[in-house]
Design a protein around this ligand. Structure first.
Ligand code: MLT
Length: 239
């Protein structure tokens, strides 16, 4: 099974993802938040790139049927219902609702994956579920890390490493590209203390400064949720 990893969404080559199973990872925090929201019973998540696009889309829904959610510069967008903090996506808040969601990098990464055969979302909180799903498909796989504003993000790389580590039974069937090898190496080295890796990343420090340290701790929890979200026809739902 060939494993290809892209460090940022804008480095993705359309010809490589075409016809492939793709996993999009934005562990801090977009994919962690979407997974949480679906696990807490939201109907669906619609990832959009622009704030205006989100607002226009919301006009198609009844008042109580949707929530406008997301962030810019890690903070809640003016006039929106929710920020990108997974702590806000409680059952009471999201159950049976459509979440119209826009974030700086994560929703762009999801949209960039359009053109793949199948798109699923991964984070540490569902790492095992994603790894099990990939193995059940037995196909070549492409990981797309969201990164941070066009740059490589250590937290996403460590998270891809966590998924690859769970996929690897040591039989040599995984054919990792160079970045895949780095991902697995980082996870192996820091397994059990992933925060020490996250700490070095730029986005960790942005979130900490914005008083979102509890979100970081939440996003670091491994294998706590067993769902695999799938993005298809513009909508994310539980697979
Ligand atoms: C993003 O999509 O850029 C991130 O999820 C930002 C954040 O942590 O809010």
């Amino acid at each position: 099974m060939k494993v290809t990893v892209y460090a940022t969404y804008d480095s993705v080559e359309d010809k490589v993802i075409k016809d492939r199973l793709v996993v999009v990872v934005d562990v801090l925090r977009a994919t962690s938040t979407i997974i949480t929201s679906l696990a807490n019973g939201c109907k669906e998540v619609i990832p959009v790139v622009e704030i205006e696009e989100a607002m226009n889309l919301s006009k198609n829904y009844e008042k109580d049927a949707y929530l406008l959610a997301g962030e810019r510069n890690a903070l809640k967008i003016e006039g929106f219902d929710l920020s990108n903090s997974p702590a806000e996506y409680t059952k009471d808040m999201v159950e049976d609702r459509t979440i119209i969601f826009t974030t700086t990098n994560g929703t762009k990464a999801i949209r960039k994956a359009e053109g793949a055969n199948e798109i699923i979302l991964g984070a540490l909180i569902n790492a095992k579920a994603v790894s099990d799903y990939i193995l059940s498909r037995g196909e070549d796989i492409v990981f797309i890390c969201a990164g941070t504003e066009g740059k490589f993000s250590l937290d996403d790389i460590a998270t891809v490493g966590a998924i690859i580590y769970r996929m690897d039974d040591g039989s040599g069937q995984l054919k990792l590209d160079d970045l895949g090898l780095v991902c697995r190496h980082i996870y192996r080295e820091y397994k059990g203390n992933l925060e020490s890796v996250f700490k070095k990343s730029r986005h960790y420090n942005v979130l900490k400064k914005a008083n979102y340290y509890n979100d970081i701790l939440y996003c670091l929890k491994e294998d706590m949720i067993s769902i695999v979200p799938e993005y298809t026809d513009g909508i994310v739902k539980i697979k």
